[in-house]
Write a protein that binds this ligand. Structure first.
Ligand code: FAD
Ligand code: SF4
Length: 508
């Protein structure tokens, strides 16, 4: 009897574990566009279109390679609407009595598969550099799980940027070279844009009809949707943007949505690129003198360091991780996150490009939308829901640790040793947003004062019990104490007034 080989929308890799374990001569591949997955949160239309188009093209390739693929399109009349439903339907159809799947990157789906009334073999997803076992062994017995030490293990394991047992150039990390403000001249023009082929066009029509009302602009749709296009995007990045990636990794510029970022997470996370291949291409660019060491090392650290590390934390911490709320914050997500007009130029720019591109780069996510939500006391569950919906690269294993942990400190400090909060001065230094903003970044209180300046202190005072003793935050509290009492009073009152406006749904 055949077995059902489940391939999910983010498992579009020819060598994914379930396919490696399958027998082409007898097994049946199951792929399904289901309403449950597309709408358990209302995803950005570009994200749904990317996944469905890439799934359809991947299925066609499997068929060409001789696989029996049972593919369910979203509007097939027999579509049962869920992954378990489709597996059971296909089992009935083929007589299969067993399912082989690659472990999903989300506890919810793992639970659904484990509850299936058919035996399911869940294979570890080996498209990552660290296995669960390796990560858990690294984590065991450590008081603090700092990314940097894990990253060094991954450098040793992969041999990337290693000369013998020493890191290339003598240092593990060149981040001190990587915090330059936005440059005046930008010589990269963003990722390559692909014209939709007929398969993608059909998906775009479907998504427009079914999800056209969700937050996010569907057209123009320019993402690549197969492994060759993803490879072209990677090549273009290495050629044009990598050399300055390190220098301007933390910069933000109005009108330059991608700067020197790679925009490859959208391909990597659904399986169209392989993390080690990417890193080897980047190392090679350094070795042949095309990119400096700080760029190559900084980039490789994001992939074999941060990306692997957050995945390890997600699986180590368990299914309740995304719902943690260590700081007890409870405000509703402000309407500006859904595109309501705001006078804050930085927030407006980050949300606008998120709506248009289903993309924002790391510093926009962390220091604009993330920072503002944290300072304003927004419920981290709502923040998590927002990031999961709006970014084309958002899958829970990578989105939740970044949002709940790194950005909102809602895990109580597992990922971040202190909260990523800043006043407007940081945004002003790293971007040109403040130049055109209705608020004044130099102004600390009163009419027109930058909201980040007010909320920064409000946050620190609100959570003083927790952070007062943090050695890395002592300076902040000392600065606060040095302010005269009347001024501190004004700051807090102005912050309260601003929060009251937010709560009343007024334009801020
Ligand atoms: P580049 O800047 O070019 O970096 C290269 C690659 O490194 C990325 O493609 C990505 O694969 C990896 N990377 C970099 N930083 C991280 C990180 N912190 N965690 C994991 N991988 C990283 N990344 C996602 O892939 N999916 C998410 O849902 C996601 N949600 C985030 C939410 C918040 C609040 C924050 C602060 C960050 C989030 N990130 C997420 C991490 C990071 O912002 C994105 O990976 C990055 O912006 C993707 O764009 P890029 O490909 O141009 O990245
Ligand atoms: Fe953002 Fe404040 Fe600068 Fe305006 S002044 S762009 S709100 S940091």
């Amino acid at each position: 009897t055949p077995r059902l080989i489940l391939i999910l929308g983010d498992q579009l890799t020819q060598t994914v574990a379930a396919l490696k374990a399958a027998d082409k001569a007898r097994d049946v591949v199951v792929m399904a566009e289901v309403a449950d997955e597309a709408s358990y949160v209302q995803h950005h239309p570009k994200k749904i279109a990317l996944i469905f188009a890439a799934m359809r093209k991947f299925a066609a390739r499997l068929r060409e390679a001789g696989w029996d693929v049972r593919y369910t399109e979203l509007d097939d009349t027999e579509n049962s609407g869920s992954i378990p439903g489709e597996l059971l339907r296909r089992a009935g159809e083929t007589g299969a009595q067993r399912v082989i799947a690659t472990e999903p990157g989300e506890w919810r789906l793992i639970g659904l598969l484990n509850d299936l009334p058919l035996p399911v073999t869940l294979l570890e997803d080996d498209r990552f550099i660290a296995s669960h076992k390796e990560f858990d062994a690294w984590a065991k017995g450590r008081k603090a799980l700092r990314m940097e030490y894990f990253y060094r293990e991954m450098r040793r394991k992969t041999g990337l940027l290693m000369d013998g047992d020493q890191p290339t150039g003598g240092q593990w990390n060149y981040d001190h070279d990587n915090r330059k403000p936005a440059p005046g001249d930008i010589d990269a023009d963003g990722p390559p844009r692909f014209t939709p082929d007929p398969v993608t066009e059909e998906v775009l029509d479907l998504v427009e009809a079914r999800f056209g009302n969700s937050f996010g602009t569907l057209r123009p749709f320019w993402f690549g949707t197969d492994a060759e296009q993803a490879q072209q995007a990677l090549d273009a990045f290495v050629t044009h943007a990598l050399p300055r990636f390190g220098d301007y990794q933390d910069a933000m510029l109005a009108g330059h949505r991608f700067l020197y970022h790679s925009v490859i997470s959208v391909y990597l996370n659904i399986g169209l690129l392989d993390p080690l291949d990417i890193c080897r291409a980047v190392e090679d660019a350094y070795r042949r003198g095309h990119a400096p060491l700080n760029a190559a090392e900084g980039f490789i650290r994001q992939i074999i360091g941060w990306r692997e590390y957050v995945r390890g934390i997600y699986f180590l911490e368990g299914p309740d991780y995304p719902s943690r709320n260590a700081l007890g914050q409870s405000r509703d997500l402000p309407a500006a996150y859904w595109g309501a007009p705001t006078d804050m130029a930085c927030l407006s720019a980050a949300v606008e490009q998120t709506r248009d591109e289903a993309y924002a780069h790391h510093i926009q996510r962390l220091m604009v939308t993330g920072n503002f939500a944290l300072l304003a006391g927004v419920d981290p569950g709502q923040v998590h829901d927002w990031y999961l919906r709006v970014y084309a690269d958002a899958f829970e294993w990578v989105e939740a640790p970044n949002t709940v942990g790194m950005s909102q400190f809602a895990d109580g400090g597992i990922i971040a040793s202190k909260p990523y909060v800043s006043s407007g001065a940081y945004i002003d230094r790293m971007s040109d947003y403040c130049k055109t903003c209705a608020y004044s970044v130099k102004q600390k209180t009163g009419q027109g004062a930058c909201p980040f300046n007010l909320l920064y202190w409000h946050f620190l005072v609100r959570h003083r019990d927790r952070f007062d003793g943090n050695p890395r935050m002592g300076n902040m509290y000392r600065t606060w104490e040095r302010m005269d009492a009347a001024r501190r009073d004004t700051v807090l009152k102005d912050a309260e007034a601003f929060l009251a406006k937010l709560d009343a749904g007024q334009r801020v």
